[in-house]
Design a binder for this molecule. Structure first.
Ligand SMILES: [Zn+2]
Ligand SMILES: [Zn+2]
Length: 130
């Protein structure tokens, strides 16, 4: 029974992630999921998100000084540009990743995926700051 409930809660969290284009943090996922599952706790949302990340279904995005943000993994070549001023996260599509110079990875390490995070100032904030 507990398994089933967990699955349902995880499904609900996953659906919100899949629908959202805004790279929500756990607190805003919690607000949204509560409309479907009024008794869900924030801790359950965190555990569901953890499980989705471990399963490779979702990814985390760390932004300086803000809560961790989450994203559904829409395919392999999905990367992020993060504005360090307003915290907006933009999706980037890249067909091929830049090659890592040899010797970058630990000896014997076999790279499977790579997640690119570009940090900077978005166009809106550049105008605002000018
Ligand atoms: Zn910005
Ligand atoms: Zn994204």
């Amino acid at each position: 029974m507990i398994m089933l409930r967990n699955t349902r809660q995880r499904q609900a969290v996953l659906q919100i992630l899949q629908r959202s284009r805004r790279h929500p943090d756990a607190a805003s996922i919690y607000q949204e999921v509560r409309q479907q599952l009024p008794h869900i706790s924030l801790g359950t949302v965190y555990r569901a998100l953890d499980a989705l990340v471990k399963d490779g279904v979702a990814i985390t995005i760390e932004t300086a000084g803000q809560a961790t943000r989450y994203d559904y993994r829409h395919g392999e070549h999905h990367h992020h540009a993060i504005c360090r001023h307003c915290g907006e996260i933009f999706d980037i599509q890249l067909d091929a990743l830049p090659e890592l110079p040899s010797g970058t990875l630990p000896a014997g390490f076999e790279a499977k995926t790579m997640q690119l995070e570009v940090h900077g100032i978005c166009a809106n904030c550049t105008t605002e700051l000018a």
